[in-house]
Design a binder for this molecule. Structure first.
Ligand code: TGC
Ligand code: FAD
Length: 389
Protein backbone atom coordinates (compact mmCIF):
# COMPACT_ATOMS: atom_id res chain seq x y z
CA UNK A 1 0.00 0.00 0.00
CA UNK A 2 1.27 3.50 -0.81
CA UNK A 3 2.01 5.86 2.07
CA UNK A 4 -0.75 8.11 3.40
CA UNK A 5 1.59 11.03 2.82
CA UNK A 6 4.36 10.08 0.39
CA UNK A 7 5.85 13.53 0.82
CA UNK A 8 6.56 12.83 4.51
CA UNK A 9 8.50 9.60 4.17
CA UNK A 10 10.19 10.03 7.55
CA UNK A 11 7.04 11.00 9.50
CA UNK A 12 8.61 14.34 10.39
CA UNK A 13 5.18 15.77 11.05
CA UNK A 14 4.84 13.45 14.02
CA UNK A 15 7.81 15.19 15.65
CA UNK A 16 6.08 18.60 15.52
CA UNK A 17 4.10 20.00 18.44
CA UNK A 18 0.35 20.50 18.08
CA UNK A 19 0.85 24.26 17.74
CA UNK A 20 3.51 23.79 15.06
CA UNK A 21 1.22 21.45 13.11
CA UNK A 22 -1.73 23.83 13.50
CA UNK A 23 0.25 26.82 12.24
CA UNK A 24 1.59 24.87 9.27
CA UNK A 25 -1.91 23.64 8.35
CA UNK A 26 -3.51 27.07 8.78
CA UNK A 27 -0.95 28.73 6.50
CA UNK A 28 -1.19 25.92 3.92
CA UNK A 29 -5.01 26.08 4.00
CA UNK A 30 -5.12 29.84 3.50
CA UNK A 31 -2.65 29.65 0.62
CA UNK A 32 -4.47 26.77 -1.06
CA UNK A 33 -7.76 28.70 -1.20
CA UNK A 34 -6.67 32.26 -1.60
CA UNK A 35 -3.30 32.24 -3.36
CA UNK A 36 -2.24 29.09 -5.17
CA UNK A 37 -4.84 29.29 -7.98
CA UNK A 38 -3.63 32.77 -9.00
CA UNK A 39 0.13 32.18 -8.88
CA UNK A 40 0.61 31.08 -12.51
CA UNK A 41 -1.17 34.27 -13.62
CA UNK A 42 1.00 36.51 -11.41
CA UNK A 43 4.13 34.72 -12.62
CA UNK A 44 3.03 35.06 -16.27
CA UNK A 45 2.28 38.75 -15.98
CA UNK A 46 5.26 39.51 -13.74
CA UNK A 47 3.18 41.08 -10.98
CA UNK A 48 3.11 40.87 -7.22
CA UNK A 49 -0.37 40.90 -5.61
CA UNK A 50 -0.05 43.89 -3.33
CA UNK A 51 -3.66 43.49 -2.19
CA UNK A 52 -2.63 40.24 -0.48
CA UNK A 53 -0.31 42.03 1.97
CA UNK A 54 -2.92 43.00 4.62
CA UNK A 55 -4.21 39.43 4.51
CA UNK A 56 -0.71 38.13 5.21
CA UNK A 57 -0.60 40.62 8.09
CA UNK A 58 -3.92 39.44 9.47
CA UNK A 59 -2.64 35.85 9.51
CA UNK A 60 0.35 37.03 11.59
CA UNK A 61 2.92 36.12 8.92
CA UNK A 62 4.73 39.48 8.86
CA UNK A 63 7.51 39.72 11.45
CA UNK A 64 6.02 36.48 12.71
CA UNK A 65 8.88 35.47 15.03
CA UNK A 66 9.39 38.93 16.53
CA UNK A 67 8.01 39.86 19.95
CA UNK A 68 5.78 42.89 20.63
CA UNK A 69 4.74 45.82 18.41
CA UNK A 70 1.85 43.84 16.87
CA UNK A 71 4.04 40.89 15.84
CA UNK A 72 2.86 37.31 16.38
CA UNK A 73 5.88 36.28 18.51
CA UNK A 74 5.99 32.66 17.33
CA UNK A 75 8.90 30.28 17.73
CA UNK A 76 11.60 30.01 15.07
CA UNK A 77 10.34 26.57 14.01
CA UNK A 78 6.81 27.92 13.56
CA UNK A 79 8.16 30.76 11.44
CA UNK A 80 10.22 28.26 9.42
CA UNK A 81 7.21 26.05 8.77
CA UNK A 82 5.24 29.07 7.54
CA UNK A 83 8.11 29.89 5.14
CA UNK A 84 8.00 26.29 3.91
CA UNK A 85 4.31 26.59 3.06
CA UNK A 86 4.73 30.01 1.45
CA UNK A 87 7.53 28.82 -0.81
CA UNK A 88 5.63 25.62 -1.67
CA UNK A 89 3.32 28.08 -3.44
CA UNK A 90 5.95 30.44 -4.89
CA UNK A 91 9.40 31.70 -3.88
CA UNK A 92 8.24 35.24 -4.70
CA UNK A 93 5.65 35.08 -1.95
CA UNK A 94 8.16 33.75 0.58
CA UNK A 95 10.58 36.47 -0.54
CA UNK A 96 8.00 39.12 0.23
CA UNK A 97 7.49 37.72 3.72
CA UNK A 98 11.23 37.25 4.30
CA UNK A 99 12.09 40.79 3.31
CA UNK A 100 9.21 42.34 5.21
CA UNK A 101 9.73 40.37 8.43
CA UNK A 102 13.33 39.23 8.58
CA UNK A 103 15.08 42.14 6.87
CA UNK A 104 12.98 45.31 7.05
CA UNK A 105 11.17 44.69 10.35
CA UNK A 106 14.05 42.83 11.99
CA UNK A 107 16.43 45.71 11.23
CA UNK A 108 14.09 48.12 13.05
CA UNK A 109 13.22 45.65 15.83
CA UNK A 110 16.86 44.80 16.57
CA UNK A 111 18.65 48.08 15.85
CA UNK A 112 15.96 50.80 15.94
CA UNK A 113 15.07 53.45 18.53
CA UNK A 114 11.82 53.11 20.48
CA UNK A 115 10.30 55.88 18.29
CA UNK A 116 11.30 54.05 15.09
CA UNK A 117 9.81 50.81 16.42
CA UNK A 118 6.54 52.53 17.38
CA UNK A 119 6.34 54.31 14.06
CA UNK A 120 7.00 51.36 11.75
CA UNK A 121 6.62 47.93 13.33
CA UNK A 122 2.83 47.81 13.98
CA UNK A 123 2.06 49.03 10.44
CA UNK A 124 4.56 46.65 8.86
CA UNK A 125 3.21 43.74 10.96
CA UNK A 126 -0.35 44.50 9.87
CA UNK A 127 0.64 44.80 6.22
CA UNK A 128 -0.48 48.42 6.15
CA UNK A 129 3.03 49.40 5.16
CA UNK A 130 5.68 47.60 3.12
CA UNK A 131 9.41 47.54 3.83
CA UNK A 132 12.56 46.77 1.85
CA UNK A 133 16.25 46.29 2.65
CA UNK A 134 18.98 47.85 0.54
CA UNK A 135 22.42 46.34 0.96
CA UNK A 136 23.48 45.17 -2.53
CA UNK A 137 24.81 47.70 -5.04
CA UNK A 138 25.48 47.45 -8.78
CA UNK A 139 29.22 46.97 -8.13
CA UNK A 140 29.09 45.30 -4.70
CA UNK A 141 26.99 42.18 -4.19
CA UNK A 142 28.90 39.40 -2.46
CA UNK A 143 31.29 41.99 -1.05
CA UNK A 144 29.07 44.55 0.71
CA UNK A 145 31.95 45.71 2.93
CA UNK A 146 33.16 47.88 0.04
CA UNK A 147 29.79 49.50 -0.68
CA UNK A 148 29.86 52.96 -2.27
CA UNK A 149 26.65 54.42 -0.89
CA UNK A 150 27.73 57.13 1.52
CA UNK A 151 26.09 59.07 4.31
CA UNK A 152 27.79 62.33 5.27
CA UNK A 153 26.95 64.57 8.26
CA UNK A 154 25.57 68.02 7.48
CA UNK A 155 24.89 69.79 10.77
CA UNK A 156 22.39 67.58 12.60
CA UNK A 157 21.34 65.84 9.36
CA UNK A 158 22.77 63.20 7.07
CA UNK A 159 23.08 63.41 3.27
CA UNK A 160 22.90 60.05 1.46
CA UNK A 161 24.15 59.35 -2.06
CA UNK A 162 24.36 56.04 -3.89
CA UNK A 163 22.50 53.27 -5.70
CA UNK A 164 21.18 49.97 -4.41
CA UNK A 165 20.46 47.13 -6.85
CA UNK A 166 18.20 44.04 -6.93
CA UNK A 167 16.09 45.19 -4.02
CA UNK A 168 13.03 43.02 -3.31
CA UNK A 169 9.88 45.13 -2.67
CA UNK A 170 11.87 48.29 -3.58
CA UNK A 171 9.26 49.86 -5.86
CA UNK A 172 6.34 49.18 -3.52
CA UNK A 173 8.04 49.92 -0.20
CA UNK A 174 6.85 52.65 2.17
CA UNK A 175 10.17 52.51 4.00
CA UNK A 176 13.62 51.34 2.96
CA UNK A 177 16.35 50.22 5.32
CA UNK A 178 19.42 51.55 3.51
CA UNK A 179 22.97 50.65 4.51
CA UNK A 180 25.64 53.27 3.86
CA UNK A 181 29.29 53.94 4.53
CA UNK A 182 30.02 56.76 7.01
CA UNK A 183 33.20 58.17 8.55
CA UNK A 184 32.69 55.72 11.39
CA UNK A 185 31.83 52.62 9.34
CA UNK A 186 28.64 51.16 7.92
CA UNK A 187 25.37 52.48 9.37
CA UNK A 188 21.69 51.84 8.61
CA UNK A 189 19.06 54.48 7.78
CA UNK A 190 15.28 54.38 7.44
CA UNK A 191 14.31 56.18 4.25
CA UNK A 192 10.55 56.76 3.88
CA UNK A 193 8.99 56.67 0.43
CA UNK A 194 8.63 60.21 -0.97
CA UNK A 195 11.76 61.62 0.69
CA UNK A 196 13.16 64.18 -1.81
CA UNK A 197 16.00 62.67 -3.86
CA UNK A 198 14.88 59.07 -3.20
CA UNK A 199 13.53 57.24 -6.26
CA UNK A 200 13.11 53.62 -7.35
CA UNK A 201 13.15 51.86 -10.70
CA UNK A 202 11.71 48.38 -11.13
CA UNK A 203 13.83 45.73 -12.86
CA UNK A 204 11.95 44.20 -15.80
CA UNK A 205 12.40 41.13 -18.02
CA UNK A 206 13.20 38.78 -15.16
CA UNK A 207 13.17 35.04 -15.94
CA UNK A 208 13.09 34.22 -12.23
CA UNK A 209 11.05 35.36 -9.24
CA UNK A 210 8.55 36.98 -11.57
CA UNK A 211 5.78 37.22 -8.94
CA UNK A 212 7.94 39.60 -6.91
CA UNK A 213 8.97 43.23 -7.26
CA UNK A 214 12.74 43.73 -7.69
CA UNK A 215 14.03 47.29 -7.94
CA UNK A 216 16.90 49.71 -7.98
CA UNK A 217 16.98 52.35 -5.22
CA UNK A 218 18.52 55.68 -6.19
CA UNK A 219 19.63 58.11 -3.49
CA UNK A 220 20.53 61.52 -4.82
CA UNK A 221 21.40 63.98 -2.03
CA UNK A 222 18.77 62.51 0.24
CA UNK A 223 18.61 64.55 3.46
CA UNK A 224 17.62 62.70 6.61
CA UNK A 225 17.54 63.73 10.27
CA UNK A 226 19.75 61.79 12.69
CA UNK A 227 16.55 60.23 14.04
CA UNK A 228 16.37 58.22 10.76
CA UNK A 229 19.60 56.39 11.63
CA UNK A 230 19.26 52.96 13.29
CA UNK A 231 21.07 53.86 16.52
CA UNK A 232 22.19 50.36 17.53
CA UNK A 233 23.63 49.18 14.20
CA UNK A 234 27.40 49.54 13.93
CA UNK A 235 29.47 48.09 11.11
CA UNK A 236 28.76 45.26 8.68
CA UNK A 237 27.66 43.15 11.65
CA UNK A 238 24.35 45.11 11.50
CA UNK A 239 23.15 44.02 8.04
CA UNK A 240 24.78 40.59 8.33
CA UNK A 241 22.76 39.92 11.50
CA UNK A 242 19.58 40.66 9.55
CA UNK A 243 20.73 38.27 6.82
CA UNK A 244 21.03 35.48 9.39
CA UNK A 245 17.28 35.83 9.99
CA UNK A 246 16.28 35.83 6.33
CA UNK A 247 18.67 33.01 5.40
CA UNK A 248 17.09 30.95 8.17
CA UNK A 249 13.64 31.40 6.58
CA UNK A 250 15.04 30.43 3.18
CA UNK A 251 16.46 27.13 4.37
CA UNK A 252 12.92 26.12 5.33
CA UNK A 253 11.33 27.78 2.30
CA UNK A 254 13.45 25.88 -0.22
CA UNK A 255 12.12 22.61 1.19
CA UNK A 256 8.60 23.80 0.36
CA UNK A 257 9.46 24.49 -3.30
CA UNK A 258 11.13 21.08 -3.56
CA UNK A 259 8.26 19.28 -1.85
CA UNK A 260 5.72 20.91 -4.14
CA UNK A 261 7.76 19.90 -7.20
CA UNK A 262 7.90 16.32 -5.94
CA UNK A 263 4.17 16.30 -5.33
CA UNK A 264 3.47 17.39 -8.90
CA UNK A 265 5.83 14.74 -10.28
CA UNK A 266 4.39 11.97 -8.08
CA UNK A 267 0.83 12.74 -9.11
CA UNK A 268 1.79 12.85 -12.77
CA UNK A 269 3.86 9.66 -12.56
CA UNK A 270 0.91 7.62 -11.31
CA UNK A 271 -1.57 8.90 -13.91
CA UNK A 272 0.44 9.36 -17.11
CA UNK A 273 0.39 6.17 -19.20
CA UNK A 274 3.09 5.31 -21.73
CA UNK A 275 3.87 1.86 -23.16
CA UNK A 276 0.65 0.73 -21.49
CA UNK A 277 1.84 1.46 -17.92
CA UNK A 278 1.94 4.47 -15.59
CA UNK A 279 5.36 6.11 -16.07
CA UNK A 280 5.85 5.75 -12.28
CA UNK A 281 6.14 2.00 -12.83
CA UNK A 282 9.38 2.43 -14.79
CA UNK A 283 12.50 1.90 -12.71
CA UNK A 284 14.13 5.05 -14.04
CA UNK A 285 11.17 7.14 -12.86
CA UNK A 286 11.18 5.42 -9.49
CA UNK A 287 14.88 6.20 -9.12
CA UNK A 288 14.21 9.88 -9.78
CA UNK A 289 11.28 9.96 -7.36
CA UNK A 290 13.17 8.07 -4.65
CA UNK A 291 16.30 10.20 -4.90
CA UNK A 292 14.23 13.36 -4.74
CA UNK A 293 12.07 12.10 -1.86
CA UNK A 294 15.27 11.35 0.09
CA UNK A 295 16.51 14.83 -0.68
CA UNK A 296 13.25 16.57 0.30
CA UNK A 297 12.99 14.62 3.54
CA UNK A 298 16.62 15.02 4.62
CA UNK A 299 16.45 18.74 3.79
CA UNK A 300 13.32 19.03 5.94
CA UNK A 301 15.07 17.15 8.75
CA UNK A 302 18.03 19.53 8.51
CA UNK A 303 15.72 22.56 8.56
CA UNK A 304 13.89 21.27 11.61
CA UNK A 305 17.14 20.55 13.44
CA UNK A 306 18.46 24.05 12.71
CA UNK A 307 15.10 25.47 13.80
CA UNK A 308 15.37 23.65 17.13
CA UNK A 309 18.88 25.12 17.56
CA UNK A 310 17.54 28.59 16.78
CA UNK A 311 14.78 28.22 19.36
CA UNK A 312 17.41 27.08 21.87
CA UNK A 313 19.39 30.24 21.05
CA UNK A 314 22.51 28.36 19.89
CA UNK A 315 22.26 28.51 16.08
CA UNK A 316 25.54 29.79 14.59
CA UNK A 317 25.96 31.64 11.23
CA UNK A 318 27.99 28.83 9.64
CA UNK A 319 25.19 26.39 10.49
CA UNK A 320 22.75 28.68 8.67
CA UNK A 321 25.17 28.58 5.72
CA UNK A 322 25.09 24.76 5.81
CA UNK A 323 21.28 24.87 5.69
CA UNK A 324 20.98 27.48 2.96
CA UNK A 325 23.66 25.88 0.81
CA UNK A 326 22.32 22.35 1.12
CA UNK A 327 18.61 23.00 0.97
CA UNK A 328 18.64 25.45 -1.95
CA UNK A 329 21.10 23.33 -3.94
CA UNK A 330 18.94 20.27 -3.31
CA UNK A 331 15.70 22.10 -4.04
CA UNK A 332 16.85 23.30 -7.45
CA UNK A 333 18.03 19.76 -8.31
CA UNK A 334 14.64 18.42 -7.22
CA UNK A 335 12.66 20.98 -9.20
CA UNK A 336 14.69 20.24 -12.35
CA UNK A 337 14.43 16.45 -12.00
CA UNK A 338 10.69 16.61 -11.30
CA UNK A 339 10.23 18.68 -14.43
CA UNK A 340 11.73 15.86 -16.51
CA UNK A 341 9.06 13.47 -15.20
CA UNK A 342 6.38 15.80 -16.55
CA UNK A 343 7.77 15.62 -20.08
CA UNK A 344 6.44 18.33 -22.37
CA UNK A 345 3.63 19.13 -19.94
CA UNK A 346 6.30 20.38 -17.56
CA UNK A 347 7.24 23.43 -19.58
CA UNK A 348 4.14 25.61 -19.07
CA UNK A 349 2.90 27.26 -15.88
CA UNK A 350 0.22 24.58 -15.53
CA UNK A 351 2.69 22.59 -13.43
CA UNK A 352 4.91 24.08 -10.74
CA UNK A 353 8.38 22.45 -11.04
CA UNK A 354 9.85 24.62 -13.80
CA UNK A 355 8.48 27.78 -12.12
CA UNK A 356 10.08 26.65 -8.85
CA UNK A 357 13.32 25.84 -10.64
CA UNK A 358 13.42 29.28 -12.31
CA UNK A 359 12.64 30.98 -8.98
CA UNK A 360 15.30 28.98 -7.16
CA UNK A 361 17.95 30.44 -9.49
CA UNK A 362 17.41 33.71 -7.58
CA UNK A 363 17.24 31.94 -4.23
CA UNK A 364 20.58 30.26 -5.00
CA UNK A 365 22.08 33.72 -5.61
CA UNK A 366 20.46 36.05 -3.11
CA UNK A 367 21.11 36.19 0.62
CA UNK A 368 24.67 35.03 -0.11
CA UNK A 369 25.38 32.96 -3.23
CA UNK A 370 25.97 29.23 -2.90
CA UNK A 371 29.70 29.93 -3.39
CA UNK A 372 29.73 32.43 -0.51
CA UNK A 373 28.02 29.96 1.83
CA UNK A 374 30.33 27.17 0.72
CA UNK A 375 33.36 29.37 1.48
CA UNK A 376 31.86 30.43 4.82
CA UNK A 377 31.67 26.76 5.83
CA UNK A 378 35.13 26.13 4.34
CA UNK A 379 36.54 28.97 6.45
CA UNK A 380 35.10 27.40 9.60
CA UNK A 381 36.44 23.96 8.70
CA UNK A 382 39.97 25.11 7.91
CA UNK A 383 40.36 28.32 9.86
CA UNK A 384 41.52 29.88 6.55
CA UNK A 385 39.55 32.63 4.76
CA UNK A 386 39.12 32.44 0.99
CA UNK A 387 37.73 36.00 1.03
CA UNK A 388 40.84 37.82 2.14
CA UNK A 389 44.33 37.33 0.68
P1 TGC B 1 34.00 40.55 7.89
O1 TGC B 1 34.40 41.80 7.19
O2 TGC B 1 35.05 39.63 8.41
O3 TGC B 1 33.01 40.82 9.11
C1 TGC B 1 32.34 41.99 9.25
C2 TGC B 1 31.61 41.98 10.59
O4 TGC B 1 30.41 41.24 10.47
C3 TGC B 1 30.39 40.15 11.41
N1 TGC B 1 29.72 39.03 10.77
C4 TGC B 1 28.48 38.64 11.12
N2 TGC B 1 27.65 39.09 12.07
C5 TGC B 1 26.46 38.48 12.17
N3 TGC B 1 26.09 37.48 11.36
C6 TGC B 1 26.89 37.01 10.39
N4 TGC B 1 26.49 36.02 9.59
C7 TGC B 1 28.16 37.59 10.24
N5 TGC B 1 29.21 37.39 9.39
C8 TGC B 1 30.14 38.27 9.73
C9 TGC B 1 31.86 39.90 11.69
O5 TGC B 1 32.00 39.25 12.94
C10 TGC B 1 32.39 41.30 11.71
O6 TGC B 1 31.98 41.93 12.91
P2 TGC B 1 32.93 42.98 13.66
O7 TGC B 1 32.09 43.53 14.76
O8 TGC B 1 34.10 42.16 14.14
O9 TGC B 1 33.34 43.98 12.64
O10 TGC B 1 33.09 39.86 6.94
P3 TGC B 1 33.07 38.34 6.69
O11 TGC B 1 34.38 37.94 6.10
O12 TGC B 1 32.59 37.60 7.87
O13 TGC B 1 31.95 38.32 5.58
C11 TGC B 1 32.29 38.11 4.28
C12 TGC B 1 31.06 37.54 3.57
C13 TGC B 1 31.43 37.34 2.12
C14 TGC B 1 30.69 36.20 4.20
C15 TGC B 1 29.88 38.54 3.73
O14 TGC B 1 30.25 39.76 3.22
C16 TGC B 1 28.63 38.05 3.06
O15 TGC B 1 27.84 37.34 3.67
N6 TGC B 1 28.41 38.41 1.77
C17 TGC B 1 27.19 38.08 1.05
C18 TGC B 1 26.33 39.28 0.95
C19 TGC B 1 24.86 38.94 1.00
O16 TGC B 1 24.45 37.89 1.45
N7 TGC B 1 24.04 39.84 0.57
C20 TGC B 1 22.61 39.65 0.64
C21 TGC B 1 21.88 40.91 0.40
S1 TGC B 1 20.21 40.91 0.99
C22 TGC B 1 19.39 39.87 -0.03
O17 TGC B 1 19.93 39.21 -0.84
C23 TGC B 1 17.93 39.80 0.17
S2 TGC B 1 17.10 38.74 -0.91
C24 TGC B 1 15.70 38.55 0.02
C25 TGC B 1 14.56 37.91 -0.58
O18 TGC B 1 13.97 38.40 -1.58
O19 TGC B 1 14.11 36.88 0.04
P1 FAD C 1 28.53 38.90 -7.49
O1 FAD C 1 28.88 39.15 -6.07
O2 FAD C 1 29.13 39.80 -8.53
O3 FAD C 1 28.90 37.38 -7.84
C1 FAD C 1 28.97 36.88 -9.17
C2 FAD C 1 29.52 35.44 -9.10
O4 FAD C 1 30.84 35.49 -8.52
C3 FAD C 1 28.70 34.54 -8.17
O5 FAD C 1 28.70 33.23 -8.67
C4 FAD C 1 29.48 34.58 -6.88
O6 FAD C 1 29.28 33.44 -6.04
C5 FAD C 1 30.90 34.63 -7.40
N1 FAD C 1 31.82 35.17 -6.41
C6 FAD C 1 31.87 36.42 -5.87
N2 FAD C 1 32.83 36.51 -4.94
C7 FAD C 1 33.40 35.29 -4.86
C8 FAD C 1 34.45 34.74 -4.08
N3 FAD C 1 35.11 35.45 -3.15
N4 FAD C 1 34.80 33.44 -4.30
C9 FAD C 1 34.13 32.69 -5.21
N5 FAD C 1 33.13 33.15 -5.97
C10 FAD C 1 32.77 34.43 -5.80
N6 FAD C 1 20.00 42.44 -2.22
C11 FAD C 1 19.58 43.25 -1.21
O7 FAD C 1 20.39 43.95 -0.59
N7 FAD C 1 18.26 43.31 -0.88
C12 FAD C 1 17.32 42.58 -1.52
O8 FAD C 1 16.14 42.66 -1.19
C13 FAD C 1 17.72 41.72 -2.58
N8 FAD C 1 16.80 41.03 -3.30
C14 FAD C 1 17.20 40.31 -4.40
C15 FAD C 1 16.24 39.74 -5.22
C16 FAD C 1 16.63 39.05 -6.37
C17 FAD C 1 15.60 38.46 -7.28
C18 FAD C 1 18.01 38.90 -6.68
C19 FAD C 1 18.46 38.15 -7.90
C20 FAD C 1 18.97 39.48 -5.88
C21 FAD C 1 18.58 40.21 -4.72
N9 FAD C 1 19.52 40.86 -3.93
C22 FAD C 1 19.11 41.68 -2.91
C23 FAD C 1 20.92 40.87 -4.32
C24 FAD C 1 21.68 39.59 -3.96
O9 FAD C 1 21.93 39.53 -2.59
C25 FAD C 1 22.97 39.57 -4.78
O10 FAD C 1 22.62 39.32 -6.12
C26 FAD C 1 23.96 38.54 -4.27
O11 FAD C 1 24.44 38.86 -2.99
C27 FAD C 1 25.15 38.36 -5.24
O12 FAD C 1 25.69 39.58 -5.62
P2 FAD C 1 25.91 39.93 -7.18
O13 FAD C 1 24.63 39.66 -7.89
O14 FAD C 1 26.49 41.29 -7.26
O15 FAD C 1 26.94 38.86 -7.70
Amino acid sequence: TPLTDPLDLLDLRSSLSDTERDIQSTVAGFLADRVRPSVPEWFDSGTFPRELVPELGKLGLLGMHLQGYGCAGTSAVEYGLACMELEAVDSGLRSFVSVQGSLSMFSVWRFGSEEQKQEWLPRLAAGQAIGCFGLTEPDHGSDPAHMRTRAVRDGGDWILNGTKMWITNGGIADVATVWAQTDSGIRGFLVPRGTPGFTTRDIKNKLSLRASVTSELILDDVRLPDSARLPLAEGLRGPLSCLNEARYGILFGAVGAARDSLQAALEYATTRIQFGRPIGAFQLTQQKLTDRALSVNTSALLALHLGRLKDAGTLRPEQISVGKLNNVREAIATARECRTILGGSGITTEYSPLRHSANLESVLTYEGTSEIHLLTVGRKLTGLSAFTG
